[in-house]
Every structure is written in structure tokens, then in C-alpha cells.
Design a protein around this ligand. Structure first.
Ligand code: XMP
Length: 519
């Protein structure tokens, strides 16, 4: 974002807490733009960003350890309000001349906090002597306050659970206001944003849209951009946004890899050409992909081959267009944070494919207009751009599509069986108004046959597993305790209506230790 933005900004310096993203989300829920940067983000760049306030996140280290992450001491002399959370607060203590030490009694989980001084962060939350529940997770604590600081709250084992220097507008919280278990957490953050930092200029999708339009125009100029569509909400929003800004200079390519759900390809084509009147290059690559997948059973090998084939098809089409300078991608903020985190990208369990590899090969520059947004913000932007509800609420669908839901070899016949079963799952979920309420629901085709009996005949046919999960972000997930009658209806319909299936099972494993997809 350029420093000339017409909305206020909060900078969050990341010291490695698992909750850093959550802090950013909460600030944005207050309609203030927030940005996460690594803890050692240079001072000059902070000045250019000119945030209204800075939040120092929590983190797993101890401030007194050798090599513990720290921030530039001059940060505290810039006159920008600062809020330290957990490790961030201890860092304030350590750097400003207080004392931090390991405490004998570590506090973890729900703890009662008692206010020592009302006002400032606790404005409207409570007065001296009032207490409420907060979420703590720490082994260290501030033993002696730096000069100019006062205790604002305590818990039974932490005398300085909230501290502040109102003159310099520097505050610290030993607990986590961003976690839902902290009652009034959002009010405390709000107080920091609006009373301490004086934020006023709100951020919403309309202001994002204005800003993004200006920046995209400047960046792209009269260049041509290609955009690969997947049918998912992210790439659809990227395409709509760019089309609004550069019109015909955007070329959308939709590769039908033959691994999509029933009617998905025709829905994408219809949405773009009929609904939005955006021309689309449709590539029917079904045969090519199936050929590449012949005889392949290993999940990662499937992913690799699909990824490579996608690049090959996409590249060929892009060359036909000619004069393309940019490739647009639906990268979201969590991906950006993940790759810039000071801990480095977390362990890869499955290689999730995107069109990485293309830009260097084709000398294309990347355009990623959603890289500052969280998923729900992309949905809000989609609404702003007139995207129909069914597309906005569409469940995540893996790049390698049904190939990772057919365990074992993928062929045309198995794809048809899975598509039929999957369509029934979707229909029944929709009929019961559950489609938007779960993270994902789908069918999986297993590589085994079991014995059944239909009428007077013994059958020996395929097994379909149902996978229906709820989740916040796909990182963890729980199986949905679906009404048995709905499950029964799905199973009956699949066995009766889908040829060559005589058994349906329900997957009752959570993630972790299982994953959402079976491959
Ligand atoms: P897992 O199976 O790892 O899935 O629990 C987490 C989320 O990621 C999706 N997923 C993929 N998405 N390419 C993608 O674009 C992939 O190879 C892939 N594998 C899993 C999955 O559908 C779920 O939402």
C-alpha cells in the first residue's frame, strides 16, 4: 500500500506468535487496515508506511535469551503509539529499562484479570477493582516496570498483566486480547486503535477498491495481463477486479483439466461470458491430463504431473495471445505472511500447486491484487464487484481436483462414478441448507470393491466415502456430526443412483491427525 492511502494503518511486528494473524484480523474487524511485517522490519520502511500505531506480537522466545528477536530501540522514540502483547510487552519491559524474568508459576489458559487503573485501554471495559476473564500463555513476566510506566491490571500470579505509559503512549498486555477467550479483548484493541492511536479513517472494501484501482492502473499501464481461472472465488475476484481496471487488456484462460466436479466447467464459462460479458479462452485439456495420469497412483506424483501439465497448457495459450507482460494470481494475505514469516514457511505436508514456475519461465511479472486480503475480505470484495452468492460462498476445491479424491489410478470411468456420487452429496447438502455451513463436503472413491446384494443378485462393486468437515482455515478441521437422516438419504441415493457403487461409508476423522483430502 502506498503511503498516500486515504485510510489509517496499524503495523504489526511479528515475533513468531501463532496468534499474529489473529491480531491482524481483529484490527481489520475494527475496520482499520493492518499489516504484518517481520520483527526486524527496517525503521526507514516504517517511516514510509507511517502507521498510526504499532503492535508488537507475542512469540515463543524469552527476551533475555541470547539471540532473542528484538526490535529497533529507536522505535520507541518515534512518537508512534505502541502496544506490546505477551512477548511484545516483555520486550518493552526489557528494552526500556525494566526487568523480565522467568516466573515460577507459568499461566496458561483462562485467567482472571483485575483492573488497577481504569481509562485508557480499559475505557468502557471496567473500573479499578473490576475483574474479568482473559487468555494467557506465558512463562516469563515483567518483574520491574520501566520508568514512566504504571500497572494497569494484575492477575493472581502476574502483578503487571497490563502496563502503560500514557505520556509516551506505550502499552503492554501480558494476556492475548486477540483470542476469543479474552472477554472484552476486542474492546481493549478498539481502545488502543481509536483512543490511543486516534485512528479515524476507516478501511473497507470500497476504499480498498479505489486504492487498488489506482495502483493497478499505474503498475500495468497499457500492458497485457493473463489470468488463469480455476472457478474458485479468488481467481474469479482477481479477474473481475482487473477487468474493471484494464478491460480488454485482461485475457482470462480457463483450462478444463477434466478433473472438475459435475457442471463446474460450464458454470465458469457461463458466469464469465453470459453474466459478466468477459471473454474467456476455454481450453478443453481433458484428454491431455488423463493421458498424463495414466497408471499413476502416488498422490504427490499426481499433483506434480497435473501441475506440470497445467503450466504447459497455460503457457501454450499465453504465447498465442502474445505481448503479455503480467500474470495475475489470487495470492492471499495468509500465503504472503507464511512466506515472509521469520520462522520461514511451515513444513509442507502436501505440495499445493499453483502456477508458480510460470513467471520466470515466461518472463512474466506477477500481479497479485489480493495479497493484502484475508479470505473473508476477498468474499466482501466479490460482493462489492457483484459476484453471485453461489460463487462467493463456493467451498475450497483443490487444484488437482477429483484426481486426489480418486484413490489409486484416475480414469474416465472412475471420474464419472465419483462425479455422480459427488453431485448427490452437493444436492443433499444444498437441499438441507448446509452447503454454506460446512468448510467442505465431498465424495471420495476408494480403490476397493466390496460384496453387496441387490434384489436377488450378489454384487461386487465400489465403495464411496463421504467427507464433510467444518474448519476456520483448513489448517485444522473437525468432521461434521451430520443428522443421520441426511447421511442415510445421501447413502441411499448414491447406492441407488450411481452405477457400480454398492457401499457408502462416513469419514469420522479430524485434522490432525488426518487431513481433509484423502490424498
Ligand atoms: P488437507 O487435505 O491438506 O487440505 O487437509 C487442506 C485444504 O487444502 C486443500 N488442498 C489443496 N488445494 N491443491 C490445492 O489447491 C492441492 O493439492 C490441495 N490439497 C489439499 C483442501 O481441499 C483443503 O481445503
Amino acid at each position: 500500500m502506498s503511503p498516500s492511502s486515504n485510510f489509517d494503518k496499524i503495523l504489526i511486528l511479528d515475533f513468531g506468535s501463532q496468534y499474529t494473524q489473529l491480531i491482524a484480523r481483529r484490527v481489520r474487524e475494527c475496520r482499520i487496515y493492518s499489516e504484518i511485517q517481520p520483527y526486524d522490519f527496517p525503521l526507514e520502511r516504517i517511516k514510509t508506511l507511517s502507521p498510526q500505531g504499532i503492535i508488537l506480537s507475542g512469540g515463543p522466545s524469552s527476551v533475555y535469551e541470547l539471540g532473542a528477536p528484538s526490535c529497533d530501540q529507536r522505535l520507541f522514540d518515534m512518537g508512534i503509539p505502541i502496544l506490546g502483547i505477551c512477548y511484545g510487552m516483555q520486550l518493552i519491559g526489557e528494552l526500556l529499562g525494566g526487568e523480565v524474568a522467568h516466573s515460577e508459576k507459568r499461566e496458561y489458559g483462562k485467567i482472571r484479570l483485575t483492573i488497577d487503573r481504569g481509562g485508557s485501554l480499559f475505557k468502557g471495559v471496567g473500573r479499578k477493582g473490576d475483574s474479568f476473564q482473559v487468555w494467557m500463555s506465558h512463562g516469563d513476566q515483567i518483574r520491574r516496570l520501566p520508568r514512566g510506566f504504571h500497572a494497569l491490571a494484575h492477575s493472581s500470579h502476574t502483578p503487571f498483566a497490563a502496563i502503560g505509559d500514557s505520556k509516551r503512549k506505550i502499552y503492554g498486555l501480558q494476556f492475548h486480547p486477540e483470542v476469543v477467550h479474552t472477554l472484552h479483548g476486542i474492546d481493549i484493541l478498539r481502545n488502543f486503535l481509536f483512543h490511543v492511536c486516534g485512528c479515524q479513517r476507516l478501511w473497507d472494501m470500497r476504499s480498498f477498491l479505489e486504492e487498488a484501482t489506482l495502483q493497478l492502473k499505474k503498475r500495468i499501464g497499457s500492458g497485457r495481463v493473463i489470468c488463469g481461472l480455476s472457478g474458485g472465488v479468488d481467481s474469479t475476484v482477481v479477474a473481475l477486479l482487473l477487468h474493471r481496471v484494464i478491460g480488454d487488456h485482461l485475457k482470462c484462460i480457463f483450462v478444463n483439466n477434466g478433473l472438475l466436479r459435475r457442471n463446474e466447467a460450464s458454470q465458469v464459462v457461463e458466469l464469465f461470458t453470459q453474466h459478466f460479458h468477459i471473454p474467456l479462452i476455454y481450453v478443453d485439456a481433458e484428454k491431455r491430463f488423463l493421458k498424463r495420469l495414466k497408471g499413476v497412483t502416488d498422490p504427490e506424483e499426481k499433483r506434480k504431473r497435473i501441475g506440470r501439465e497445467f503450466i504447459a497448457v497455460f503457457e501454450k495459450e499465453a504465447r498465442k495471445i502474445g505481448g503479455v507482460k503480467f500474470l495475475a494470481q489470487g495470492t492471499l494475505y495468509p500465503d504472503v505472511i507464511e512466506s515472509t514469516s521469520w520462522k520461514g514457511p511451515s513444513a509442507m505436508i502436501k505440495s499445493h500447486h499453483n502456477v508458480g514456475g510460470l513467471p520466470e519461465k515466461m518472463r512474466l511479472k506477477l500481479v497479485e491484487p489480493l495479497r493484502e486480503l484475508f479470505k473473508d475480505e476477498v468474499r466482501a470484495l466479490g460482493r462489492e464487484l457483484g459476484l453471485p452468492r453461489e460463487v462467493i460462498q463456493r467451498q475450497p476445491f483443490p487444484g488437482p481436483g477429483l484426481a486426489v479424491r480418486i484413490i489409486g489410478e484416475v480414469d474416465q470411468e472412475r471420474l464419472e462414478i465419483l462425479r455422480d456420487a459427488d453431485a448427490i452429496v452437493m444436492e443433499e447438502m444444498k437441499k438441507n441448507d448446509l452447503l454454506d455451513r460446512v468448510w467442505q463436503c465431498f465424495a471420495v472413491l476408494l480403490p476397493i470393491k466390496t460384496v453387496g446384494v441387490m434384489g436377488d443378485f450378489r454384487t461386487y462393486e465400489h465403495v464411496v466415502a463421504l467427507r464433510i468437515v467444518e474448519s476456520q482455515d483448513g489448517m485444522t478441521a473437525d468432521w461434521v456430526k451430520l443428522d443421520h437422516r441426511i447421511l442415510e438419504q445421501m447413502a441411499n441415493r448414491i447406492i441407488n443412483e450411481v452405477r457400480k457403487v454398492n457401499r457408502v461409508v462416513y469419514d469420522i476423522s479430524s485434522k490432525p491427525p488426518s487431513t481433509i483430502e484423502w490424498e
